[in-house]
Design a protein around this ligand. Structure first.
Ligand code: PXP
Length: 254
């Protein structure tokens, strides 16, 4: 079975917020992603509201036919918003105001009580809970103890390693293979604990295949690369190409 794709549409809102105007229309973008075959939509409601706004969440909740996954920081006021919107899933992520994008996984061990409390509140409302973590045994184990349903493995390091055209030769290739093994081992460990396994951050048409070949990964959250390509080919085509890249990676496994 191929993995599900949630398209992260934050950067449609980034363009809109550049002018604080009404276009491009986020809901239209979300519906076109669904029409192209996406399994769901992911958005990150940041505390600084740099792209997605609270109103977007309510509109998405009312209009989507598939699945809404909202990423947010572990902060009581953010969890309260989730309890009002009632998305299908909430993914807890770390957030630093100055960061350009999420910089890595959440340190679940260090923030254990706050994470556990947030998950308890979300689960009471029957929201599926996911935690964005680095592919590390301790973080996955802590996520399970905190009560999460899913872990989303951070692929940022893999993405950095595969950004350059030289990454598939010599010493660089060794590092890429090591990171794929780290992600694969983490996925297997998480699955063995009964956690659902997702992955994301920095994935592209070129590098998603090797990660899609990891059988335990059942969901991808991919944004920047799809929205970038949509400028040239349109959002439906951009989504279809990513679905195809994931399918191909799955088929090439082994
Ligand atoms: N998953 C998480 C938890 C993220 O924070 C992000 C970025 O918002 C993504 C996936 C998607 O990353 P990208 O936009 O690089 O595909």
């Amino acid at each position: 079975m191929s993995a599900r794709l949630n398209v992260n549409i934050d950067h449609v809102a980034t363009v809109r917020q550049a002018r604080r105007t009404i276009e491009p229309n986020l809901i239209a973008a979300a519906l076109l992603c669904e029409k192209a075959g996406a399994d769901g939509i992911t958005v990150h409601l940041r505390q600084d509201r740099r792209h997605i706004q609270d109103r977007d969440l309510f509109l998405l909740r009312q209009t989507l036919n598939t699945y809404l996954n909202v990423e947010m920081a572990v902060a009581p006021e953010m969890i309260s918003i989730a309890l009002e919107v009632l998305p299908n899933a909430v993914t807890l992520v770390p957030e630093r105001p100055e960061e350009i994008t999420t910089e890595g996984g959440l340190n679940v061990q260090e923030n254990f009580e706050a994470v556990r409390e947030a998950i308890l509140r979300l689960k009471e409302a029957r929201i599926f809970t996911s935690i964005f973590v680095n592919p590390e045994i301790e973080q996955i184990e802590a996520s399970k103890r905190a009560g999460a349903d899913q872990v989303e493995l951070c692929t940022a390091h893999y993405s950095e390693l595969t950004l350059s055209g030289n990454s598939f030769h010599g010493e660089a290739l060794g590092k890429v293979k090591e990171e794929i093994k780290r992600l694969s081992d983490a996925a297997k460990y998480a699955a063995s604990l009964g956690l659902v396994v997702a992955a994301g951050h920095g994935l592209t048409y070129r590098n998603v295949g090797a990660i899609a070949a990891i059988e335990e990964i059942s969901e991808f959250n991919i944004g920047h690369n799809i929205i970038s390509r949509s400028i040239f080919v349109g959002i439906e085509q951009a989504v279809r190409e990513m679905i195809q890249a994931i399918k191909q990676g799955r088929q090439n496994r082994g």
